[in-house]
Design a protein. Structure first.
Length: 275
């Protein structure tokens, strides 16, 4: 017997207002975004093994078309104006083109991460092994791509990318985090790096490290205050061992070593050893 589920559908629709439904068709499709950035990752890693630059250029042209559409949707979904979105379209095209042109620089950064992983883990037999097998390399690859878009004011697409990496690797790096060259996460499971973290060069983290925020301030309406510095700074050559938690906008000084299972909410001077 056919059931009448119209009342249920009407109740479900009450969750969001008409403005939401007016913009619902702009919601980026997460699977399509993930597939696209897996393609970018393949090109950065040269998994395609195609020496013909013209062929790769055609692939990039296809990816550019797809990327600007996802960025356009991301802008339009959050746009406050009910206009024809011409401005959003132009911004999306410009940012997508800039992202494609930035890929060689992103690749150079990732090569420093590969070397850091190989040099930082005695179990690694080659840089190719770290590229193929290490979750930290997979997570930072997606984060570096997402970070470029985040810096350009794109929000939803970068979060889709890094949350996909999180689900795949167990490593949660916000696309807003600024991370220097030669970054290595050993093992990686349970690492959390917050939005306003600033990490210098040649930094090494072990599993379970949290670079997080303390309780955040609320405005007069009880809502979290956005856009303020909340997370730690790690200067160059810092090592943080497993299960250590560092909270708030504190600074861990250059070349400091923080032992395992520590709780830190204050600055640590350069060249310190916290046992």
């Amino acid at each position: 017997m056919k059931q009448d589920f119209t009342p249920i559908a009407q109740q479900l629709q009450k969750t969001f207002n008409k403005a939401f439904y007016d913009r619902a068709h702009f919601i980026p499709i997460a699977k399509e975004v993930v597939d696209l950035f897996e393609g970018f990752r393949a090109l950065l890693s040269q998994y395609t093994l195609c020496p013909n630059a013209a062929v790769q250029a055609e692939i990039l042209q296809t990816y550019y078309t797809q990327l600007q559409e996802h960025i356009f949707r991301s802008f339009c979904l959050l746009c406050q104006e009910k206009a024809d979105c011409t401005h959003c379209r132009q911004k999306a095209q410009d940012i997508a083109a800039a992202f494609i042109r930035a890929l060689p620089d992103i690749q150079k950064l990732l090569m420093t991460d590969l070397r850091a992983a190989y040099q930082g883990d005695p179990a690694a037999v080659s840089e190719i092994e770290t590229l193929l097998c290490y979750p930290g390399i997979q997570a930072i690859t997606f984060q570096r791509m997402a970070h470029f878009l985040y810096q350009q004011g794109v929000r939803i697409v970068p979060r889709i990318i890094t949350e996909y990496a999180h689900s795949m690797t167990g490593i949660d790096i916000h696309p807003g985090a600024e991370i220097g060259r030669g970054f290595f996460i050993d093992h990686g499971t349970g690492v959390v790096i917050g939005e306003t973290c600033v990490i210098g060069e040649n930094v090494k983290l072990y599993q379970g490290v949290t670079l997080g925020a303390k309780s955040f301030p609320l405005d007069e309406n009880g809502h979290p205050v956005k856009g303020i510095k909340r997370h730690p700074n790690l200067q160059d050559d810092v090592i943080i061992y497993a299960e250590t938690t560092i909270l708030g906008p504190v600074t861990i000084g250059k070349a400091s070593i923080i032992g395992a299972n520590k709780w830190i909410t204050q600055d640590i001077p350069p060249f310190s050893k916290v046992h």
